[in-house]
Design a protein around this ligand. Structure first.
Ligand SMILES: *[C@@H]1O[C@H](CO)[C@@H](O)[C@H](O)[C@H]1NC(C)=O
Ligand SMILES: *[C@@H]1O[C@H](CO)[C@@H](O)[C@H](O)[C@H]1NC(C)=O
Ligand SMILES: *[C@@H]1O[C@H](CO)[C@@H](O)[C@H](O)[C@H]1NC(C)=O
Ligand SMILES: *[C@@H]1O[C@H](CO)[C@@H](O)[C@H](O)[C@H]1NC(C)=O
Length: 476
């Protein structure tokens, strides 16, 4: 018995197809059922000859769960799932990588949340705050608060749980919504934001898509909105990004990063921007006040750079961008409706070409450096979405392994800040366990200076701090 079918992005379409199979499909399904039935017979026969501890994995649901594999988590899961749905979620064991717990949870269908099976959540402020932070350890003041800037669509519950993972009264949260989102998401997000002084949902909505359009515009509208608030670094996020470090750890990280920002270094693909345009700052009308900019900078063609959409930006750099740059011009230049993947270049191009901005990179680093801090991702390019054996979780979306409980141990040891991606309707238990990880302080160590020295911008900052930086001899 399959409890929930796996839903594709386009839920309505896939449901329709499922309900009206053609005759040929019906015959095919009949044959497939026959084959699976005979396989099942073989497997259950084999399972009789296999040592006891493997039986759970093969025969799954019919068996009474072993006591120690059953659910042992906080009440938090009950806000979104029935007790029966969460009965195999034992976060402590899953985070430890316990194979038996993982198999039991996975073979019983994981915990999936999709639009068809949501609880009616109480949306008064007291209930919302209860869900988001009342069971977390008491908040200690953060030295360096963080701004989380996220573009969203889909279901509200996912965003509520993401917020509860990073919520701290000192942090800031700004959301921009896809204009095509459901009324339910839009309404719930606005009601929720009204319950917190440090949560903002932009009034303006954006026509976002898979090609990355409007991502930069939305992120920078959010940054502008919270520019005068007290935060030290901002993290730009997309709908399915899972933060895997605690507010305290991120504050510590921000302290080490000081004024620098974290992103990767690579050339922009020429198919992703308009190569024929004038890319000199003068030609782009990049600066608000050209008089104050050296001619050498004004007339030097920018090298188009690329990394990921997720970056960690220092307040110093963001402020300088708003002070000195006509951001609307450069956002528009990259946001070409006819091109794909347009949201992974603008920030890097402005950070990695020296423009005299505060907090940016001064050295001419044209080597490729991957971003090993911001986003943990398992790529499998050229593969289609769906079942994929080479993924630990066996499930692929947009060339990336969707994260399931199989990854929890790795996440709890990872030096990274974000994992991409989780989805609500693949494995919501993973997200709940990451919250548990943060609640129980099992999120590993912070990257230290030595580790961060992998990033040239970080090394450049250290050299500048001790007066030994020489632009022309800097080793990227
Ligand atoms: C951050 O950098 C500034 C400028 O170099 C320096 O004065 C300050 O001491 C640094 N702060 C920390 C915490 O390293
Ligand atoms: C930056 O480095 C690249 C590659 O080494 C080189 O082609 C370019 O001339 C350099 N630009 C400057 C301004 O030094
Ligand atoms: C969390 O764990 C780290 C080291 O693993 C420790 O230094 C820190 O004090 C712990 N924090 C709390 C609140 O227990
Ligand atoms: C300056 O800092 C760099 C990077 O940490 C280090 O390699 C170098 O030895 C330091 N130089 C001095 C004179 O302290």
């Amino acid at each position: 018995m399959v409890h929930y079918t796996r839903l594709s992005d386009n839920t309505d379409e896939s449901l329709k197809k499922f309900q009206e199979p053609k005759w040929s499909i019906r015959i095919f399904i009949f044959i497939a059922l026959l084959i699976s039935f005979s396989i099942l017979l073989t497997v259950s026969y084999k399972s009789m000859m296999i040592p006891n501890k493997f039986i759970v994995r093969l025969s799954g649901k019919e068996r009474a769960p072993l006591k120690h594999i059953t659910r042992s988590i906080t009440k938090f899961a009950d806000y979104y799932f029935t007790e029966s749905e969460s009965r195999y979620l034992n976060c402590a064991r899953l985070i430890d990588g316990d194979v038996e717990s993982i198999d039991t949870y996975v073979n019983n269908g994981r915990m999936k949340l999709d639009e068809e099976k949501l609880f009616q959540l109480s949306m008064d402020c007291d209930s919302i705050q209860n869900r988001i932070f009342r069971d977390m350890p008491p908040f200690e003041k953060l030295k360096r608060p963080i701004a989380f800037v996220r573009n969203i669509y889909g279901i509200y519950e996912l965003q509520e749980v993401f917020l509860s993972i990073s919520y701290h009264p000192d942090n800031y949260f700004c959301y921009a919504m896809d204009s095509k989102s459901s009324e339910k998401l839009k309404k719930s997000m606005r009601i929720m934001a009204d319950c917190f002084e440090n949560v903002i949902v932009l009034d303006k909505e954006y026509d976002m898509d898979r090609a990355g359009h409007k991502q930069d515009a939305a992120h920078f509208d959010c940054l502008k909105q919270i520019l005068d608030e007290h935060w030290s670094h901002a993290i730009t996020l997309q709908n399915f990004d899972l933060i895997i470090k605690s507010p305290k750890q991120l504050s510590d990280l921000s302290e080490i990063l000081n004024y620098t920002s974290i992103m990767g270094f690579d050339y922009g693909f020429t198919s992703r921007y308009r190569t024929f345009e004038d890319w000199t700052p003068a030609g782009m009308k990049l600066f608000k006040n050209e008089q104050s900019v050296p001619l050498e900078i004004l007339h030097k063609k920018l090298k188009i750079r690329k990394s990921l959409n997720e970056v960690i930006l220092s307040k110093v750099f963001v402020k300088s961008l708003f002070d000195k740059v006509n951001l609307q011009n450069v956002i528009k230049r990259f946001d070409d409706r006819t091109l794909f993947g347009v949201d992974e270049m603008m920030v890097m191009t402005l950070f990695e070409n020296y423009l005299g901005l505060d907090g940016q990179m001064e050295s001419n680093c044209t080597v490729a450096k991957e971003d090993i801090l911001t986003r943990q991702t398992h790529w499998h390019l050229e593969q289609s979405d769906g079942l994929y054996q080479d993924c630990k979780s066996k499930w692929l979306r947009h060339s990336i392994c969707v994260i399931g409980v199989e990854f929890l141990q790795e996440l709890s040891k990872s030096p990274m800040v974000i994992a991409n991606k989780v989805t609500a309707n693949f494995d919501f238990g993973t997200i709940i366990c990451v919250r548990e990880m943060i609640k129980t302080n099992k999120t590993g160590n912070n990257p230290d200076s030595q580790w961060l020295s992998y990033f040239p911008q970080f090394r450049e900052m250290l050299l500048k701090a001790n007066g030994t930086y020489y632009k022309n001899s800097f080793q990227c």
